[in-house]
Design a protein around this ligand. Structure first.
Ligand code: ZN
Length: 154
């Protein structure tokens, strides 16, 4: 794709918007689980916070710093996964990962609120950026795996 490709420009616009004004960029306290994600190749470093109500992701947020792709991915992920179940989050993660790693059969994740994830489909052309795009997702999956109960809030 050339740099004047309108779709690509739209994607870059979405990524830059989320990089400049990340959504859910805050601490959840108390959180059901947290996990750290670090990508030494690029220097991206994030903490993911999640609050579960049973199997449902009641709230999810992040803090940290890194490149535009990693931060936009974390921001869009938190928007996309809030309110979903752990199982749904895992399915969306699998579809997202397949899309950015460029599996030939991969379709972008589909469903309400998931259209923005497609902006990362161009990452497959840049293998070194795949880790940037998936860092927050791996951290969230780690947090969800270790989360065993529902946090008590006063
Ligand atoms: Zn990065």
């Amino acid at each position: 794709m050339s740099s004047s490709d309108p779709l690509r420009e739209l994607y870059q616009e979405v990524i830059l918007d989320h990089h400049r004004r990340p959504r859910n960029f805050r601490v959840i306290d108390p959180a059901t689980a947290t996990a750290e994600g670090h990508n030494p190749l690029c220097g991206d470093r994030y903490t993911i916070y999640v609050r579960l109500e049973g199997e449902r992701i009641e709230d999810v947020s992040f803090q940290g710093a890194g490149c535009a792709i990693s931060k936009a991915s974390a921001s869009i992920m938190t928007d996309a996964l809030k309110g979903r179940t752990r199982a749904e989050a895992r399915d969306i993660f699998d579809a997202f990962q397949a899309m950015v790693t460029g599996e030939s059969t991969a379709e972008p994740p589909e469903g309400p609120g998931l259209d923005k994830l497609e902006v990362f489909s161009g990452v497959r052309a840049y293998p070194s950026r795949v880790k940037c795009a998936t860092l927050a997702w791996h951290a969230l999956q780690a947090a969800l795996r270790h989360a065993t109960g529902t946090v008590t809030t006063e």
